[in-house]
Design a protein around this ligand. Structure first.
Ligand code: THU
Length: 141
């Protein structure tokens, strides 16, 4: 994917993160999902006082795209940070959770789908969904 697209997706994820509703975990996540038709859909995590109904940023973006009639996705950028100033754990990248990986797999070809990550240090990482979800459960194809 060309550099300008990658920059657009990271910028979209950073912007969407500002709209995260995370009063319980204090961990804000933003996503920007590129569909094969070339449209970018934003997503943020949306938490709930009952905890269970909370939704991740990636799934917010996927569900929004599908609700607009999109069924083929090409790439997603994801960024996360603590809103209370706590340092990020591990290498600081907000890797999609297992449930979101499975949801993304429903609407893409995992070996081609790109997951773009940026941490607080401005480091970048690009992985395919196939790398993140080997042997995922699929009924299609
Ligand atoms: N979260 C995401 O939005 N995406 C992920 O892939 C992992 C976790 C959210 C869920 C919850 O609102 C917060 O991050 C802390 O788990």
């Amino acid at each position: 994917m060309e550099k300008q697209r990658r920059e657009e997706l990271i910028a979209g994820a950073l912007e969407a993160r500002e709209r995260a509703y995370a009063p319980y975990s204090h961990y804000a996540v933003g996503a920007a999902l590129l569909t094969k038709s070339g449209v970018v859909y934003p997503g943020c995590n949306i938490e709930n006082s009952a905890y269970g109904p909370s939704n991740c940023a990636e799934r917010t973006a996927v569900f929004s795209a599908v609700a607009r009639g999109e069924r083929e996705v090409a790439a997603i950028a994801v960024v996360g940070k603590f809103t209370d100033g706590s340092p990020a754990g591990g290498d600081g990248f907000a890797y999609p959770c297992g449930v979101c990986r499975q949801v993304l797999a429903e609407f893409c070809s995992p070996k081609d789908f790109l997951v773009l990550l940026e941490n607080a240090q401005g480091e970048r990482k690009a992985l395919t969904l196939g790398e993140l979800l080997p042997y995922g459960f699929v009924l299609k194809d």
